[in-house]
Structures are given as structure tokens and as C-alpha cells.
Design a protein around this ligand. Structure first.
Ligand code: GLA
Length: 730
């Protein structure tokens, strides 16, 4: 009898997830994909991290964990011992996972292991304070396909009086001790989102956060940590993660006194507390993290796969994004039935599949000064309601989408005149406006009901396939005067819970409706909102050259499948840059293609180009939206070049996009070395746009394309090319 040990072992190591507990040593071991995560219960019953990294041999065991020594009299062991979840008490100086004030003034909390349960992929570890009836359940779930671990903590008050949570995280991730860690993170602002930053991790703390009431673009709740100097796109250890929370949040990256790096994340503790009544509990957002041995490129591919497989609505099989048209940059607020119908006809003629009416269709909305909150169809712009336009759009074989900004109100609106108390505010204080609007306090049950009901009605009365859900300012004066003063700061949690529950309820009632998360561009993109929304708007900056960098940064954390990218007018309305239509299309085709140009100004040759490119995109979109993304040449740091490659899941097809900023001194465009192909399969190359070098063979092996590479003829300024590879023989 032949026993095929090797294939079986590989299978066990790539597909299976397992959670094991060793009673002898009190050690938990979670294995999935190529990752092992190990922690145990030490002699003081604290939960001590032991290992997080490349998958270990199934036979490897760990000794029972013991508390680390502290540092002299100044840092007791609880500061130096790697802990999964540590409360503030007993002389803790590192970032705590939980800080509580009790009504008697006691603020000391020390958590110890009580029990655990393992159910399939899910592990719950129960902790309790050494004397008080405060429990914390640590929850772990490992994704079998990617090894991404999902963590959350639930704080339970089983005492007989209320307690106040002043800080709570979903858990702490501790990296192996090392001194050469580099942190990558994302920063931004309106029209300048998704800047990739990096810095060495030094003793001390880096805080990534939002205090804005929503995710924000200034930092995104994503991190990646690797080894400086030795790592690149394809090699080296990377620990990475993202917080699934769309409210104010904080991720602290701290190198402690003994050079351990601790990553702690949860709702922001600034201006925060949460009163927990007896019998109540609070569950923290999900904090996801993963590990790879194969460089930052692999880290983002794992995240993309995880998002598609486990996070997005419709996961593990979310729908491909249709090609959409949006008239915002063409017509602004000036929407009406006739003009939109005319645009719809033009959009349909180039192969658009979804027609979206943006801002301006409702209330007394002539510009951004009025109307938000009054969600009835404007009778002057659409005298017969939306139905004639929707029917027209359907007759052109497109589905229909509509812009909404449900959480906002203009003071100049019927809603605000009727309910001035519905906004976030402090009694008797000014109400700071942003874009002439105020934020509705979604934490209020009546506001939650109003928002759900108007959206439900809109979807009941109109055949709408898609909502672009916008959110165009951040919070100010975040007061909630209707509740007791000691409960006001709950607004940071309750608002988000209600936002998520509205989205969930809408999706349940209208399962065919898709939603885009937009926030004046990319200010609300995170793994929390992505659970309820099918796509996101990365930036109001639609200049196709700026977008290369924006899109590059975006894809470090999020899949190109959700990355909406419109082809807009040239010169760009925003920065006046002139780019060819081909260049603009190729830039947008790296994500989910949309068109936002004023089609009324297009010439016949523009329609012809667009028709060709939309058809091409439909051929390759599965590769772009579902495939593996390789960054071949980075557009960051003033690079003159940018090249990305997407490879289909079965590695039988690939598409490559190449962009030149400006050529100099007659240097040729750098040779493009492909990745992710099967070395022994034969692939046919085809130029989609632009020219390949004349000596490029029509067919060659994966090895040839990866080792010998491909030359494209790009010279001058703002030039672009794209080519595809398809297997002809495996
Ligand atoms: C925001 C969005 C834009 C557009 C406008 C409408 O800025 O990001 O795409 O929808 O609002 O007011």
C-alpha cells in the first residue's frame, strides 16, 4: 500500500484550521493556512502570547508560559510579559486593553483566566477580575483560507452597580522581540487620501487614530509591520491588520521597555466613556490581523482574499462590480429628468451597466446649502418622480443607482426646522457647520427610525439597484443632551451600532440593493463598513495620474474589487492636468471601472475609444477584481513609472498596466518582469493599449515572461499601456 504523506501534509497545512488546547501546559494553539498563533495561561492566570508567525510543525509544543521578569522596581512583570488582553491595574504602564472606574472610586482591575470554549474555528477565553464580578470574553476566529485572525472582546458587568469603561480594545497583538521593525501605515486628507508612509519602530508609541466620529482619511485603521532592510514586495516576515470600526478609533503601536512591539486597537479612548449597567455587556469591534513570510505584496493579497472571502456582503462570492456612470462631475447639483435621460442614452451607448444620479435630486437642493434631510424627490427637477428616468435607464439595459447622505441635515431643511434637537450638539453652544450641514445623532432611536424609514420607503417606491451612501463632514460638539450626562459619551458607540444595524436591516429587506461607502472621497473605508457595503469611493480626486498613487496606497489594505475609479474629464476639474482618454481609462481599469465625464462634451472618437475600453474592461474585470495583485513598479516617492499586474486565481491569465510620468535622457521604460505565472505554461501576449517592443514573442512560457520580461514602448509625458497574457498550453 502506498501512503502519500507529502500531499496530505500540504493539504493539512494549507486548508485546515485547527484550535487545540494542551491541558498539561495550558497552551492554546491556533493554526490555519500558513500561520500559527500560540498563547497560554501562565502561573498568575494571565493570558500570555507565545508565538505568532509562520506555521509550525504539528508536533511542535510549547512549555507552560511563565511571567517574564520585570525591569528593576520600575516595571513589574505585567509590563514586560506579552499579554493578549491586559487591564489597567497593578502598576501597568503599557497601553491597557481595558480601563474601568467603579462607582466606589476603585480603578484597579486585574484579569485572570476562568474558562474557555472551542467551537469549530472559534475560541472563547473567559477572564474575570481577581475580586469583582467583571468578566471579559476574548474571542478568536481564524480564517482557514488566509490565516487572518479575527479578535474581539466582550466586557460583562455582573456586579450589582454600574461601572464606567474608559478605554477598551479588541486585544493586543505582540510581535516577536526584535529591533529592526518598520511600520507602514496610511495617511491622507480630502482629495489626497491613501498616502503610504513608513517609519522605523523605536522605543515609545505611535498612535494611529481618528477622533472625528468616523473612520477618517487622516489615518486609516490598517497597519503592516515588517523587518527593515531585508524585506521587499515578495519576501520577508510581515504582520498586518485592520480594525473593523467606522467610528472614532485608535491603534497604538508601542515598543516596550524590553523591545517588544505591542499593537492594540479599538474605539478611541479620547473623550470616551461607556457606562455599563449591571447585567449589560459591551462587545468591541473586530480587529483582524495576519502574517506572511512572503513580503508586503503577499500581505495585501492575503487581505484582498480575506475581504472577498469573509468580509464583503455576498462573501465568499461577492458580485463583480458593474461598469457605472455617475453624472456628478458632469452636471453637479443641476440634475433633471431630461438631462439625465440624455446622459443615460450616451452612457448606454458605450456599454455602461449602471446609471447613477448623484447629489441634487431631492428636497430644495440647488447647491450644498439646503435640502439634506428632506428625502422627497424634487418636484421641479423630476415632476413625475424618478420613475420615468428609472424606466428609461432600464430600457437602455442599465440598472439605476441613487446618491444619498442619510446621516446629515442642512439647517435650511424642513427636517431641521421640525427637529433641531436631532443633531449632535451641546445645549446652548454653537453648532459648527461643515459644508453647511450638521450631523444627525443616529444614536437617538427616533433618528435611527427616521433614517431607516426614509431609505426603506425610497427603495420600496423606486426600482433602485444601488445607493451611493455619502458622509461629507466629521463631528463637532458631539453632545447627546437627551440622555443622562453620564451616558452622553456612549454616542461614539451607539451611533455606529445604529449605522451598522440600519445597513444590515436595509440589506435584509432589499437584498438586491448594493451600497457604496463614500465620505467626501475615502474618509470612511474600513473593515467594519465593508461588511455592509459592496464598494467604496477612494477619493474625490479623480485625476488619473494622482490616482495611481492613491490606488497604490489603497490596495495595501483593500481589494481593487471595491475600489471605484471613474474616468473623468480632461483637463481635470480638480488640478487642471490634461491626460489622454486612453490613459484615464487604463488608470481606472486597475480597479472597478466607472465613468464620470461629461458625455455631452465628448466627440465621436471619444465614444469609440470609450466603447472599446469598456468592452476590454469587461473581458479583464474578473482578473482585476478577483485576481492576485502584484506591484511591479511603485508610483511612490516621485517615481516616473508605475506598473501593476493582476493574475487570475487559476494563474491562466494576467493583465498588466504600465504608466509613464515623463521620460528623460532617452532612457527606455524599465523592462517589466511579470510575477505569479506558472513557469512551465505557455502564454500568448496581447497589447490591449499602447505598443509592445517589436521583438516581443507572441507566445512564451511563464518563466520567459517572468525572467526575460517585457518591454513596452512608452516615451514622452503621461503615456500608458496595457497588455494581457493568456495560457495557450498548460
Ligand atoms: C461628495 C462625494 C462626491 C459627490 C458629492 C455630492 O463630495 O465624494 O462624489 O457625491 O459629495 O455632493
Amino acid at each position: 500500500m502506498t501512503i502519500f504523506i507529502a500531499p496530505q501534509l500540504i493539504r493539512a497545512q494549507t486548508e485546515n484550521a485547527s484550535i487545540r488546547f494542551d491541558k498539561q501546559t495550558q497552551v492554546f494553539r491556533i493554526d490555519a493556512a500558513d500561520v500559527s498563533y500560540v498563547f497560554g495561561i501562565n502561573e498568575k492566570k494571565a493570558i500570555q502570547t507565545l508565538y505568532w508567525g509562520k506555521r509550525l510543525n504539528a508536533a511542535d509544543t510549547f512549555a507552560a508560559p511563565v511571567y517574564e521578569p520585570g525591569v528593576a522596581a520600575f516595571d513589574a512583570s505585567n509590563n514586560t510579559t506579552r499579554q493578549e488582553f491586559v487591564a489597567w491595574g497593578a502598576g501597568l504602564y503599557v497601553e491597557p486593553d481595558l480601563k474601568i472606574t467603579f462607582p466606589d472610586g476603585n480603578r484597579d482591575l486585574v484579569l485572570q483566566y476562568v474558562s474557555h470554549t472551542i467551537a469549530g474555528n472559534h475560541l472563547t477565553v473567559r477572564l474575570k477580575d481577581i475580586s469583582r464580578e467583571v468578566y471579559v470574553e476574548l474571542q478568536y476566529e481564524m480564517d482557514p483560507a488566509t490565516g487572518v485572525l479575527r479578535r474581539s472582546a466582550e466586557v460583562q458587568n455582573k456586579t450589582s452597580s454600574p461601572l464606567t469603561i474608559e478605554q477598551v480594545s479588541s486585544g493586543t497583538w505582540t510581535l516577536p522581540r526584535a529591533q529592526d521593525y518598520r511600520l507602514r501605515y496610511l495617511t491622507g486628507r480630502w482629495a489626497g487620501e491613501w498616502n503610504l508612509r513608513e517609519q522605523l519602530i523605536q522605543p515609545g508609541k505611535t498612535i494611529l487614530e481618528s477622533r472625528r466620529g468616523s473612520t477618517g482619511a487622516q489615518n486609516n485603521p490598517w497597519f503592516a509591520i515588517d523587518r527593515n532592510g531585508s524585506n521587499d514586495q515578495d519576501s520577508g516576515d510581515v504582520w498586518f491588520g485592520g480594525l473593523g470600526w467606522s467610528g472614532s478609533w485608535k491603534i497604538s503601536i508601542e515598543q516596550d521597555q524590553v523591545q517588544q512591539v505591542r499593537v492594540t486597537g479599538g474605539p478611541n479612548s479620547f473623550d470616551f466613556d461607556y457606562r455599563l449597567a449591571p447585567g449589560e455587556s459591551l462587545q468591541t469591534p473586530y480587529f483582524y490581523a495576519g502574517y506572511t513570510h512572503d513580503g508586503i505584496g503577499s500581505a495585501s493579497r492575503l487581505l484582498h482574499r480575506f475581504e472577498l472571502g469573509s468580509v464583503l456582503p455576498g462573501a465568499p462570492h461577492p458580485k463583480l462590480r458593474p461598469v457605472l456612470y455617475n453624472s456628478w462631475e458632469a452636471t453637479g447639483f443641476n440634475v433633471n429628468e431630461a438631462a439625465q435621460e440624455a446622459l443615460a442614452e450616451k452612457a448606454a451607448s458605450i456599454g455602461v451597466e449602471r446609471f447613477v444620479v448623484d447629489d441634487g435630486w431631492f428636497g430644495k437642493r440647488a447647491d450644498d446649502h439646503a435640502g439634506l434631510g428632506d428625502w422627497y424627490v424634487n418636484p421641479v427637477k423630476f415632476p413625475n418622480g424618478l420613475k420615468p428616468l428609472i424606466d428609461k435607464v432600464h430600457s437602455l439595459n442599465m440598472d439605476f443607482g441613487l446618491w444619498v447622505e442619510p446621516e446629515m441635515v442642512n439647517p435650511d431643511s424642513d427636517l431641521y426646522r421640525k427637529h433641531p434637537d436631532w443633531v449632535l450638539n451641546f445645549t446652548g453652544r454653537p453648532r459648527t457647520e461643515g459644508r453647511n450641514q450638521l450631523v444627525l445623532n443616529l444614536a437617538r432611536p427616533d433618528v435611527r427610525e427616521y433614517v431607516f424609514n426614509f431609505l426603506d420607503k425610497l427603495l420600496n417606491e423606486n426600482d433602485i439597484a444601488f445607493l451611493k451612501w455619502d458622509y461629507n463632514r466629521n463631528w463637532s460638539e458631539p453632545g447627546w443632551p437627551a440622555v443622562a450626562p453620564e451616558d452622553e459619551k456612549k454616542v461614539y458607540i451607539t451611533y455606529e451600532q445604529n449605522l451598522y444595524s440600519i445597513l444590515e436591516q436595509l440589506r435584509k429587506k432589499h437584498p438586491a440593493v448594493e451600497i457604496e461607502s463614500c465620505s467626501g472621497g475615502g474618509s470612511r473605508v474600513d473593515l467594519g463598513i465593508m461588511h455592509y457595503t459592496d464598494e467604496v469611493w477612494p477619493s474625490d480626486n479623480t485625476d488619473a495620474f494622482d490616482r495611481l498613487k492613491i490606488q497604490d496606497g489603497f490596495t495595501y489594505a483593500y481589494t481593487p474589487a471595491v475600489m471605484m475609479a471613474w474616468v473623468t474629464d480632461s483637463p481635470s476639474q480638480l488640478n487642471h492636468r490634461t491626460l489622454s482618454l486612453d490613459y484615464r481609462f487604463l488608470s481606472s481599469m486597475q480597479g472597478s471601472l466607472g465613468i464620470g465625464a461629461n458625455l455631452n462634451d465628448w466627440k465621436p472618437e471619444d465614444f469609440a475609444t470609450a466603447k472599446k475600453m469598456v468592452a476590454q474592461y469587461k473581458q479583464i474585470r474578473e482578473i482585476v477584481q478577483r485576481g492576485s495583485l502584484y506591484r511591479l513598479i511603485s508610483p511612490q516617492n516621485g517615481s516616473e513609472h508605475s506598473v501593476t499586474e493582476s493574475v487570475s486565481a487559476d494563474q491562466n491569465a494576467a493583465v498588466t498596466f504600465a504608466f509613464l510620468h515623463s521620460s528623460g535622457m532617452l532612457y527606455p521604460f524599465p523592462r517589466i518582469y511579470l510575477r505569479g505565472l506558472k513557469p512551465d505554461s505557455m502564454y500568448r501576449i496581447e497589447a490591449l493599449d499602447g505598443k509592445l517592443a517589436s521583438d516581443t514573442p507572441a507566445v512564451a512560457s511563464g518563466a520567459f515572461w517572468m525572467q526575460n520580461g517585457v518591454d513596452v514602448n512608452l516615451q514622452g509625458d503621461f503615456q500608458a499601456a496595457a497588455f494581457s497574457l493568456k495560457v495557450v498550453a498548460n
